[in-house]
Write a protein that binds this ligand. Sequence first.
Ligand SMILES: Cc1cc2nc3c(=O)[nH]c(=O)nc-3n(C[C@H](O)[C@H](O)[C@H](O)COP(=O)(O)OP(=O)(O)OC[C@H]3O[C@@H](n4cnc5c(N)ncnc54)[C@H](O)[C@@H]3O)c2cc1C
Length: 398
Amino acid sequence: MRSNGHYDVIVVGGGVIGASIAYELALTGAAVALIEKRQPASGASGAAGGMLAASSEHFAALELYELALQSRALYAQLSEQLHAQTGIDIGLRTEGFLLPLPRHHEMDWEHRQRRIAEAQAKGMKWWGNERLAIEEPYVRAEDGMIYNPAEPQLVPALLNEAYVAAFVGLGGTLHCDLEVIRLLRESDGRGRVNGVMTEHGIMYADQVVLASGLGTSRLLAAEGLRLPFLPVKGELMEIRTPLPWLHHTIYSDTIYMIPKHPHRIWIGATSKPGQHSTIVEAGAVVELLLRAQRYIPMLSKGELVRCWAGIRPGTPDELPYIGSIRELPGLWIAAGHYRNGILLSAGTAKLMTAAIMTGDDQLIPHAFRPERALYPLSAATNAYPYADAASVYMTEEA
Ligand SMILES: Cc1cc2nc3c(=O)[nH]c(=O)nc-3n(C[C@H](O)[C@H](O)[C@H](O)COP(=O)(O)OP(=O)(O)OC[C@H]3O[C@@H](n4cnc5c(N)ncnc54)[C@H](O)[C@@H]3O)c2cc1C
């Protein structure tokens, strides 16, 4: 905090996006407060699988793919840096991903060869059944798999915890169990955003960042603005195995299996648009296990340790909202990272910090502009092409 009791920046939301931005801002020497209404990683960030799947995922725009690649490249150094600053190991594993192709009878030979050649052109390898049997003896090798050495994975809750601990270590102020009720505006309540009103009082800052995931729409609605989100529930399960039955992440169209230390496999995830509840449906456990057993038949003999669910903060066009808002000078948004927020957190934090510290939001790709989907609450909702799909979910939160 500055001597006048004001912060340079207040970041609202202690998930990976808010925590990474707060950390990156604190590295510049800025006076930053991070406000979380529950605990860090209590939202989507604590529920994620932790894959940094920049080349395996499909992205809605080239700009997002590029951000994903840039972000993925930051984790090796970030992992060391956070460990040195906090002693927390974020569980980064670099064995790489195995990508099954549809079986021979599900995909014609030429199509299959083309997919393999495309993967090889991007630096991936084809592992036939013999190679797979050596590398992954517990994996059923029917038709070989593509091996991508470039994709890492980590433990999201540890990453979130490390961002927060490093931020506090740099002198940042952390407030947990404190909900931001609305934004503060200069003069008659219509001017520049200059702080936040919380359950327990007012806090001032030159800039405010909303990294509040699905809670972002509610804070904007209080300003008469509508920014649509699409919640997508996902369920995962963890199985403990007597020996390490998996070394590489298996990433297919219908299921992923991620090896975690020690002798654990995370299996995920369901995808249920529009659902807000974080209960795990019994059917999800059956579905995940059946799909996973196709690749690791022994899995049913493992110990079911836990199941959990989270809500991905999606947006109607599957692009995040990153940038400032002309109607609300002093306000920045970083939310809606849907199914790749763990991967994108490091890159988003760099982008946001550069833009906030220079005041130049042109540094952020145009495609991420929140204004593409922002409308006055009073305006006809069909001004935005995805309005019908999105409007139902606008102000609800996980
Ligand atoms: C099942 C599942 C699997 C996933 N797997 C992966 C994966 O493998 N790789 C990957 O990259 N991504 C994955 N994701 C996506 C990733 O988890 C999200 O994109 C990311 O966590 C979003 O981070 P966030 O900080 O924006 O949101 P959140 O983690 O939801 O954080 C927002 C925070 O803001 C707080 N908040 C809200 N309103 C207020 C308020 N008014 N005042 C104060 N605090 C407030 C909330 O309490 C919350 O803690 C997965 C997600 C799910 C659900």
